[in-house]
Design a protein around this ligand. Structure first.
Ligand code: C2E
Ligand code: MG
Ligand code: MG
Length: 616
């Protein structure tokens, strides 16, 4: 028999739910559809519950349909809780293969329960109902326990608690059939599930118009399984600097405005804000992303007006093709973030496509980072030596130390690739120190005179010069190996972004303890002729680019520059000498030293030593 006031209270609470729930933006995913179905079933079962109780007290022709409807819907409710649990656990079909039979169990349970209901055996009907409902909850509890690491503690306790509550309600119902516990425990389980998994605040980005990272993970997980999606991501350019300029509060308002613009302009797509100025638009494969990108780009041409501040922001775009075979949300997010780093959030109008090719490139970059970390950790950075040839005698004068690392397979990786990465993530200091130490070790272990070496050049990144204790550390290493500073020259490349006064200070300190300096890659873009005069360099190395340009198309510029350097007292080295004609031409121009493949490629230490010791 029904407890009428209780049923009415349940109904009222259940009606409040959808009003709040349905009025908020919802994710278009299976979990939400199942939850909406669960709410609908809860509401649908109430009139039948009411009618069963009523017709027990007042027998009428309605008793039969009431019982049938009640039995049918109640079992569906129990089954739907099970479906919802499996969904929040993100189970793949292979992970619980027995789940395939759950619809069959549902059909069998409906047949048994409806037969009992049809024949008027109410106790049997309630018995079957309770039995199968407890069975679904037991299966759910098993899944929750088995895959508990996929839920956080609160979610786990809520989900398990809901099913224990449901089981207790159904079991008590067998003992006390006249107390309408079932409706109430169903409602309580719904509320617990809502709070743990469906509360819109769990999925909304800070100002509540776009969805957040958690929402993206949930929806994407499903899209990946179906392999049908299109992603257009964009990042606000120089987000951190912009926050500094406009202030956090204004920027948050700006971000919220952008979110609102996207949600309003593209109601058919889902918009996510992944923090730090990064948005993602997720759409079906039919989205014309070129057009969407153009529209967003156009909007960014006008300022975003937050309160009385005008925010001038720019965006860099990334498109992700499903055909890339990215098989997890983590990988997709990883590639989006890495692509922003690579394509440069700082470039105007930057945009890129994450396709199979860029995945390969990014994978290679990740591999290089890993190899770099591994080599530094194990002190496995290698040094190669390339001869510096006296242009007049054409004999060995010095050598440049060039570093190398190896990937997992043992292949060499070029410093042109990993040095910029090392400079970016700060490990250039450790790398430079290991190279310097190995150069000192080379000097200690070999008879330099016998090889024909008067000095060796070690490259120094300008970033290393930002370290205050650089000279102290280098001095210690020199001391440890018993090597004097005269034999080691340092090559440094000038970079526009550097703190020049700090660099000059550092050069002065290092010169103070006896190091001599070469300016590397002169003419590669950063070097500034007027500033060269102020630096106390001993040698200038002409970048291979300007050497090759001159060989291709002779003009007066390079000879003039070389003469000017010589008059200023610098010796000059020409890099990139690949044949005899180049060697002769650069010698005639007045270069003192020549470096290039014509004489030798950079060689492993032992190879270099045996080659030049023999010829000495
Ligand atoms: P760099 O200091 O200008 O070194 C000269 C580069 O030119 C070397 O490349 C060398 O192999 C290459 N090279 C020499 N002769 C020829 C030639 O005739 N033709 C061509 N095409 N190339 C030639 P590598 O060894 O790949 O090094 C690239 C850059 O990586 C170096 O340029 C240097 O800037 C940086 N690097 C290398 N080792 C170190 C290091 O220990 N520390 C730092 N901070 N940077 C390093
Ligand atoms: Mg160099
Ligand atoms: Mg160079």
């Amino acid at each position: 028999m029904s407890d009428y006031p209780g049923v009415i209270a349940n109904l009222l609470i259940l009606l409040i739910f959808p009003i709040g729930y349905l009025s908020m933006p919802r994710l278009k995913n299976r979990q939400n559809r199942i939850f909406v179905g669960l709410l609908a079933l809860q509401i649908a079962v109430i009139p039948f519950d009411f009618a069963v109780g009523w017709t027990e007290a007042h027998p009428s022709v309605l008793a039969f349909p009431a019982r049938m409807g009640y039995a049918l819907l109640s079992l569906l409710c129990a089954y739907w809780f099970f479906l919802f649990t499996a969904e929040v656990l993100r189970l793949k079909p292979a992970e619980a293969p027995w789940r395939r039979f759950s619809p069959l169990v549902l059909i069998a349970s409906e047949v048994l329960t409806l037969t009992a209901a049809a024949t008027g055996r109410l106790a049997l009907m309630y018995g079957f109902l309770s039995l199968f409902a407890v069975l679904y909850s037991a299966a759910s509890l098993f899944l929750i326990f088995r895959f508990r690491e996929r839920l956080n503690r609160y979610e786990c306790v809520s989900a398990a608690g809901s099913h224990l509550l449901l089981s207790a309600g159904y079991l008590l119902h067998i003992v006390f059939p006249s107390h309408m516990l079932v409706g109430t425990v169903n409602l309580m389980a719904c509320i617990k599930f809502y709070l743990a998994f469906e509360n819109p605040h769990l999925y909304m980005a800070n100002r509540g118009n776009s969805f957040n990272m958690r929402a993206f993970r949930d929806v994407m997980d499903e899209r990946i399984r179906k392999n049908s999606y299109r992603i257009l991501a964009f990042a606000l350019r120089d987000y951190i600097e912009m926050r500094g300029i406009y202030g956090g509060a204004q920027m948050d308002k700006g971000v919220a405005m952008i979110g609102r613009f996207l949600v309003q302009t593209y109601p058919e797509y889902q918009v996510f804000y992944l923090r730090s100025g990064r948005f993602v638009i997720l759409a079906p494969e039919t989205m014309d992303w070129e057009q969407v990108q153009r529209e967003i780009y156009d909007r960014f041409q006008a300022p975003w007006i937050a309160d009385d501040a005008e925010l001038d922001l720019g965006a860099a775009f990334i498109q992700v093709e499903p055909a890339t075979g990215l098989d997890s949300v983590d990988r997709i997010l990883n590639y989006i973030f890495l692509a922003f780093e690579n394509f440069g959030e700082t470039l105007p109008n930057a945009h890129g496509l994450i396709d199979a090719e860029s995945i390969r490139r990014i994978d290679r970059q990740i591999e290089i980072k890993r190899s770099l970390d591994r080599c530094l950790e194990r002190n496995e950075v290698e040094i190669f030596l390339q001869p510096l040839i006296d242009s007049r005698s054409r004999t060995l004068a010095g050598a440049e130390v060039l570093c190398r690392i190896r990937d997992e397979a043992g292949n060499l990786i070029s410093p042109a690739v990993f040095v910029p990465i090392a400079e970016q993530n700060g490990c250039i200091n450790l790398m430079g120190e290991q190279v310097f130490e190995k150069a000192c070790q080379f000097v200690r272990d070999h008879d330099m005179e016998q090889i024909g070496l008067s000095w060796i050049n070690v490259n120094l990144s300008p970033i290393q010069c930002m370290r205050k204790d650089l000279s102290e550390r280098f001095s210690n290493i020199l001391h440890q190996y018993g090597v004097s500073t005269e034999i080691i020259h340092l090559e440094i490349t000038e970079q526009t972004v550097m703190d020049i006064s700090r660099l000059e200070q550092q050069i002065d300190i290092l010169r103070g303890i006896g190091f001599r300096f070469s300016l590397d890659d002169y003419g590669s873009g950063y070097s500034n002729l007027s500033r060269v005069k102020q630096y106390p360099f001993a040698n200038i190395k002409l970048d291979m680019g300007i050497v090759w340009d001159y060989i291709r198309d002779k003009d007066v510029l390079l000879p003039t520059i070389v003469q000017a350097f010589k008059q200023m007292g610098f010796s000059v080295t020409a890099e990139g000498i690949e044949d005899g004609v180049m060697a002769d031409t650069m010698s005639e121009l007045g270069c003192d030293y020549l470096q290039g493949y014509y004489f030798s490629k950079p060689l492993p230490v032992e190879e270099f030593v045996s080659k030049y010791t023999l010829s000495a």
